[in-house]
Design a protein around this ligand. Sequence first.
Ligand code: 5MM
Length: 341
Amino acid sequence: MSTQTELQQTIEDLVDDKRGILAADESSPTIKKRFDAINVESTEANRLTYRSMLLSTPELGKYISGVILFEETLGQESEQGKPLPELAWQQGIVPGIKVDKGKGPLPGAAGDFITYGLDGLAERLHAYKLLGARFAKWREVYAITASNPTQLGLTANAEMLARYAAVCQEQGIVPIVEPEVLMDGDHEIDRCAEVTEQVLHAVFHALHLHGVKLEHMLLKPNMVLPGKDCRRAPADEVAEATLIVLRRTVPAAVPSINFLSGGQGPEEATENLNAINQARNHAPWQLSISYGRALQQPALQAWGGKAENLEAAQEALLKRARLNSLAREGKYHPGMETKTP
Ligand code: 5MM
């Protein structure tokens, strides 16, 4: 199969008008933080139990088309001896892999970050593909302050995302491009809109310079929101601000925009997605999810590290996946949170 055909096939397997992507790619420090919150030790065995439970949730494939895994998970086997990527495939869920190696300060741009991991990326992708990964994800992070992101921060981060995406496509791996403008701070929604527009403009300029085929990538952006120390904006305001920025910056060739949840509560993230889809008005892309926390938080709480809670945890995950699928059609209502399907 040619690389182009391979990329196109993965896009077709990942993108439709009902399903979204589950981000289960927490790095070791992040999963430890999540497990600490429920008093569970972050051992390899516990991470395996938890992630096997997520991937074997009955019917998950009705609402989830792809899962982003952490490197450790890609090589793990379930108790029944099945590799975890195969467990996902059994339900028609495409396995993907987070390939960035985390962030640090960007020299010369105080307050900005840069993500590591480009060295040896092509070789790593080759190995991940043999383990079943068909797509990848790389996240760049932008803090908002009075002086951030700087012009250097915007340019350097866009360049990293574009270089990563170009290497992925060369290897026949679909890149998810994730520029995340953080919610931290007390800024108003307009400031988030201004920064997100600058970020996406720089990212698509760099993707163009690096010859990335927009038809064969997915964008994973933040929604446009006020800072978390400012106020909570109503969903219709978030939807309007988000769609204005996306229309100004994201070419129609991109097949799907899969939002991150970025610290929104699970219900808030579903409500905002619903409002975005209600207001989409012939937007050219699918408007979907690639949530981590907003899909997993209720499942983590329900599990609490206890084998007898596995089923309840799967129900909690399935519920969020199903409600977000309804939100993709603009058919979600908060009243559905208390009703059983
Ligand atoms: C699931 O968390 C992912 C990994 O984060 P770290 O590298 O910090 O461990 C993260 O990239 C995630 O995929 C995105 O931030 C979106 O997740 P949220 O929780 O914001 O929806």
